[in-house]
Design a protein around this ligand. Sequence first.
Ligand SMILES: Cc1cc2nc3c(=O)[nH]c(=O)nc-3n(C[C@H](O)[C@H](O)[C@H](O)COP(=O)(O)OP(=O)(O)OC[C@H]3O[C@@H](n4cnc5c(N)ncnc54)[C@H](O)[C@@H]3O)c2cc1C
Length: 392
Amino acid sequence: MQLSLRGRSVLVLDKAQFGSGSTGQAAGLGGQLRSNPSETRLLMEGIKVVREMERKLNQKIFTKTGSLHVAATEDRALELRDFVKSGKAIGFEIELVDREFAKSRLPCMQTDDLIEFCYCATDGHFAPSELLSGYMRIARDAGATLLSDTLVEDILIEGGRVKGIQTADETFFAPVVVNAAGPWSYLVAELTQTPMATATLGHYYLVTEPISDVQIASTDAAIRDRANRIYSRPEMGGLLVGSYEQEPVEYSMEALPEDFQMSEIRIQRDNLNVALLIEAASQRFPFINERTPMSVTTGIMTFTPDGHALCGQVHDVEGLYHCTGFNGRGVFQSTSVGLLMANLICQERTGYQMGHLDADRFSDEPWLGDRESIRTRCRNRYANHYLIASKG
Ligand SMILES: Cc1cc2nc3c(=O)[nH]c(=O)nc-3n(C[C@H](O)[C@H](O)[C@H](O)COP(=O)(O)OP(=O)(O)OC[C@H]3O[C@@H](n4cnc5c(N)ncnc54)[C@H](O)[C@@H]3O)c2cc1C
């Protein structure tokens, strides 16, 4: 969308339907707070992008509910106080709040064990499909061509420069190619004999059906309870709760059948990770148990070893960019990463320090040629997603 709005000639290809990958499975949370202030600033910018899209499309895309972070121990409380200090320093709306306020924003939450709370008033959530169709409409109106059911089979490179891409029926020539193939990105990178430091991990969230004696309003706050490894937001009168478990299931994208549909991954209610998710959810929301009527959604996330995305040019192939590895946050990050990528590609100055997203930052690592080693690092990052955040 951002490149089309800058007058670039844009072609977007998807081997299946747009949104049929991770995006279609996402929980849609939009939390701006990151331990890296540049990233928080970029996400704050993303909210402005969405507001502008809503204005253009005359359609609501983002639901602002605010979000809570909670702590039950002194070290987690310290983490929240650090969040508030670093957020305020860059003008992000974040406050320490008391139990009564937190309870008023999310009445169905159990707070007896909690000692500290902070609140981010401008956070909220999206329906990922609405955000995606918004991007597509604006991009098309600005002249972009979008082709679904078109597999990129090869990336053409000549003399250290990208020349275009090859599909089964056609060659498309272009001075810039962006690999934004989500979980499949490492396979697309392999077309150019470049290993990519991503791994693809299963992730689950539950959505309870409305429960007669538990009031959940669509305006209730989202929450992150990092010690219990869970996040949550209201959904259709019920509660959506997801968890970053200790031992995620791993997928090899190359081993999946050709007609694989992410939306068709099914998981048994007695699966260990689902049992762990329900158990973690019940810690904060005691009305949730194995007998609660609920649906469970599964999808595949793309993780990197350090928890940051890979966004930028591949240094030894001019014109080839990666835009992937969003560590479970790519729907919301897309709002600002689109801006960042367009700035990079159009060689516009950006006011953001984004060195930590450099697409080539692992290129000197001795383990980069070893897929098993990459996978271990990414799995560890997933398992530690809600570890106490380091400052900076
Ligand atoms: C269960 C779950 C919950 C999540 N919750 C959240 C959340 O609350 N908030 C949030 O921000 N993020 C969330 N995420 C993460 C988010 O979904 C991803 O980060 C984001 O969707 C990544 O978008 P993408 O466009 O990079 O990848 P995808 O949406 O996977 O898109 C990649 C596309 O590339 C296409 N493709 C692949 N190979 C080729 C090829 N060779 N040629 C042509 N096309 C190809 C695929 O068909 C696919 O449509 C969640 C993810 C999951 C699985």
